[in-house]
Design a protein around this ligand. Structure first.
Ligand code: 8YV
Length: 330
């Protein structure tokens, strides 16, 4: 009898992929660049499961072209690249990787906010370019983090982990906007106050965006919203490109509508809006918020746990730990 086949759509830790080999025929794409949609469809012929990252698109066209597919397991927590409804309609289970990256991603969001407010990258470039002649009173003077108001847009696991750092590590006042309010005891432990989005934008000294990307959050922060912010404020986006209108942000940064921005995610990444690249008051990183070695390994491990369980391997057979549409399995 032929063995069930699974596909690993990206080069990932070999020892973690090896966990699949006793159970399945494992095919891999050993590249760092994602396959094109047509290449992915070709690679998935005859496969029951696929391990993906946040870059491979799983949509109705792909699903219809890969009728043997039963499980789609991403190592990302965000799943805007997967049409979950289309998967559910075809009986395909989808899993993501929440939890394991929360603290690492919050560390990075906080670091990016600090680098932005304290102008670390801009001043480093200045030094490396040999332009440092003497010390100056207001040379690279930025904004304070401690005691400032931290505004969090999207108060899920990562938002709350950033709030904890701000409140308990830096004595910040925490304000947030989210579709739902946190439980009163959670709000109390974070010292966090819910606000409407306009109020949050007016109030925050440092706005950190951690909301999932959905049709509702597309360009949630655009020109109109940026105008509400303080000219001394910073904006940090570690959510997804598309939540912020990058062209409007570049204009606001050039005009001094806000002081600075820190961006780990971009509309159309890996392409970055050229106007952002030309600005000095923006810190740009290539979507690395979860990139610590232990965390990337934990994300991959969780995706493999899910793939094994989704395709019937014990001990979790039929119960993938973090399924997005578990109803498919019942
Ligand atoms: C990942 C992310 O690095 O988990 C997410 O949603 O954005 C990042 O942590 C990436 O998407 C993994 O593929």
């Amino acid at each position: 009898m032929s063995r069930t086949t699974v596909f690993i759509a990206r080069r990932v830790f070999a020892d973690i992929v090896d966990r699949l080999r006793p159970h399945f025929e494992v095919r891999t794409h050993e590249g760092d660049a994602p396959l094109s949609p047509a290449e992915l469809i070709a690679a998935l012929q005859g496969c029951a499961g696929v391990f993906i990252t946040g870059s491979e698109r799983i949509d109705a066209t792909l699903l219809d072209a890969c009728p043997q597919l039963k499980a789609v397991c991403t190592m990302a927590v965000g799943y805007n690249n997967i049409d979950v409804a289309a998967c559910t309609a075809r009986g395909v289970v989808v899993t993501n990787a929440p939890g394991v990256l929360t603290e690492t991603t919050a560390d990075f969001g906080f670091a990016l906010m600090m680098a932005t407010a304290r102008r670390i990258c801009e001043s480093e470039r200045f030094l490396r370019e040999g332009r440092w002649q003497h010390w100056g009173v207001d040379m690279f003077a930025g904004g304070d983090i401690h005691g400032a108001t931290l505004g969090i847009l999207g108060m899920g696991r990562i938002g709350q982990a950033i709030a904890r750092r701000g409140r308990h590590g830096f004595d910040m006042t925490v304000a947030y906007h989210n579709r739902s309010h946190l439980a009163p005891e959670v709000e109390a432990s974070l010292g966090a106050t819910w606000m409407t989005l306009p109020d949050l934008l007016r109030t925050a000294d440092h706005l950190v965006i951690v909301t999932p990307y959905t049709p509702e959050t597309h360009h949630l922060v655009g020109a109109g919203q940026l105008k509400l912010m303080k000219p001394t404020a910073t904006l940090t986006n570690i959510a997804r490109g598309g939540v912020v209108d990058d062209a409007a942000l570049a204009e606001a940064l050039a005009a001094g509508t806000i002081m600075a921005a820190g961006l780990d995610v971009f509309e159309g990444e890996p392409t970055v809006h050229p106007a952002l690249l030309a600005l000095r008051n923006v810190v740009l990183t290539p979507h690395i918020a979860s990139a610590s070695v232990p965390t990337r390994r934990a994300m991959a491990d969780l995706a493999i746990d899910n793939l094994l369980a989704a395709l019937g391997v014990r001990p979790d057979a039929g119960r993938p730990p973090t399924a997005l549409n578990p109803e498919v399995l019942s």
